[in-house]
Design a protein. Sequence first.
Length: 592
Amino acid sequence: MSDHPGRFSRFFQELKRRNVLRTLAVYAGSAFVFLEAATIIFPRWNFPDWSIDVVLYLLILGAVITVIVTWIFDITPQGIEKTKPVEEVVEKTKPPDSKIWKAATYISLVIIVVLVIYNIAPIRDAIKEGDIQSLVVLPFDNFTGDDQLDYFVSGMHASLIGDMGRVGGLRVTSKTTSNKYRDANLSIPEIAEELAVDAVVETQVMCLGDTICMQIRVVAPYPEEKELWSADYRQEKSQILNLYNRVTRQIAQEVKVKLSPDEERVLNENRIVDKEAYDDYLMGLFYWDKLSPEALEKALGYFNSAVEKDPQWAPAYSGIALVWLGMVQMGFAAPEAAGPVIFENLNRATELDPEYAISHYAHALIGTWVEWNWEKGEKEFLRALELNPNDAMSRIYYAHYLIGQRRNDEALSQGAMAIELDPLNPLVNGLYAVVLGAGGRWDVAMDHVEKAISLDPASFFAHHVMEMVSFENGDGDAFMRAIRFVHPFEEEQFLSIENTLEEKGLTEAMREEISYLEILEQSQFLVPIHMANRYIRTGQNEKAMEYILKGVEVHDQNVPYIVSGFLKYDSLYDLPRFQELVNQLKLPMPVP
C-alpha cells in the first residue's frame, strides 16, 4: 500500500512530461467553444436537434484520441517523434517548458471556467422556470412580396398557435384575439399589457414555395422590451407540420417551460403532408372563418380537394365535418342531410389521428347539441381539452355543457379561462354572457354582451343574447336595440313597442314583441326555445311549456339548456310535465 502514492506521483509526472495534461486542457477549451458555437448556430441553420448531440459525442471521442496520441508522440523541432521512455531521457535532453504551451494552457483553463460559470451559475437577467407562463403569437408578417400568399401566412399563424396550444404549461392567446393586433399601432409592451401576457412571439415569413423561410423571435416586454431568443428556419413545405413542432419545442425550451412526457412524444412525431393538400386546407380555413353560405361552399370545396390529394391526413376530414356543422347551425343545410356526412368524416379523422383535438371538439358538439348524449359530450370535451388546453372554443362550449348540467361553478371557471385565452373574440364574449346569466350574474353578463357587439356590430347571436340579458337588467334602451336588430318588424311596430316600454315597462313591451312574433310565425319558422324564453319571462307558463315540448319534437338544439338558470324556467320546475320531460332527457332535476 505504501508505494501507491509514489506510483501515482510518477504517473502524474509522466503525464506532465508527455504534455498530455496541457494538450487536454487546450483541447477541452477549444471543444467547449466549438460546442457552444454549435448550440447557437445549428438551430439557425435548421440542423436537426440531434446534431448537437453528435458534435458532443465526436468531441468526447476526440478527447480520447488526443490523450492516446499525445502519450505516444511528441512534437519536436525535428518533427513528430515517438515519445521516449523516461529512463532514456537524460536531464540535459529534457525540453524546457514552452512559454507558448503555458500560455495556451492558462487561456484554455480561463475559457473553461468562464463558460462553466456562464452555463451553470445563475445569471441575474436569465429567464427562470415560471417567469414566462403566457404568451401571444402575433400575426405573421408576409415579407414574400406576394400579397396573394396572405391566406397561407394566416394559416401558418393559426397552425402554430394550435401546435403551441398543446403545451399545458403555457397560456397561449387564441387566434381571433391575436389577429386583432394585425397592423396595430401598438408597441410590444402595450400589447402584452392589454393581453396580460409575459412574452410576445413575432414571426416574419421571408419565402413561400417548395421551401418555407421564416424568422421567429421571442420578446419579453417587462421591465423593458428585451429579445429572449430568435432563430431562422428553412424547411420543405411537406415538412411544415414538423416545423411547427420544432418551433414549439424550442420556444418552450427557451422560456423554461417543462414539457410533459406526452407533450414530448406528440411534438416529436414525424408528420408529413402533401404540399398541395396543405395549400387547399389553408384556403378552406380562410373561407371557413367567413361563415357566409358562399364562403362555406368554397371552404367545403377546398377541404374535399385536400382529402383527394392526401387521403391519410386527418385535419382535412375534420374540416369537411366542421363546414357541414356550420351549415346546419346557420340554417343552410338540413340536419338529416348533413348528419351522415358529418359522422363519416369525423370518424375517419379520428381513425387517422386519435389525438387530433379538433375532431374530439366536434364530437363533443354533436354529442351535446345533436345527440343529447351528455356522457359522450363531456367525455369528448375533456379529451379535446387534454389534447389542447388552450382551445378557447372547447372551453367556452364545455362551459355551456356544464350550465345545462347545472354545474354553474365549474361553468364559470371554464368560461373565465376561455375569456382569458380569447378576450377579443365576439362569439366567446357572447357565449360567456350566457354562462354568467346562468349563474345569476346578469350585470357582468351585460358587460360581455356589450363587448361582443362592439367587436362585431353585425353579430346576430350577441344581439339575441342582449335581448334576454337587458330584460333581466331592466335596461329598456338595450332591449330595444337588441330586438331592432334580431326582428324584421315594421317601423311602426317597433315604435309601438317603444311606447309600451315607456308607459307600461319591460314586461308589457316583451308581451307586445311576442304578439308580433306570433303573427310572423305564420309565415316562417321561429326557434321554439327562444319563444319559450319570452313566454316564461312574461308569466305565460302554459305557452312556455307548449313551446318547450315543441322544441323537443323538432330537436331544437337549445333544449339542453332547459334546466339552466339562463332560461329562467324556475316556475315550471314543479310541473309534472316538465319533470317527466327532464327525466326523459336524463338531465339533472332542478329543485323547485
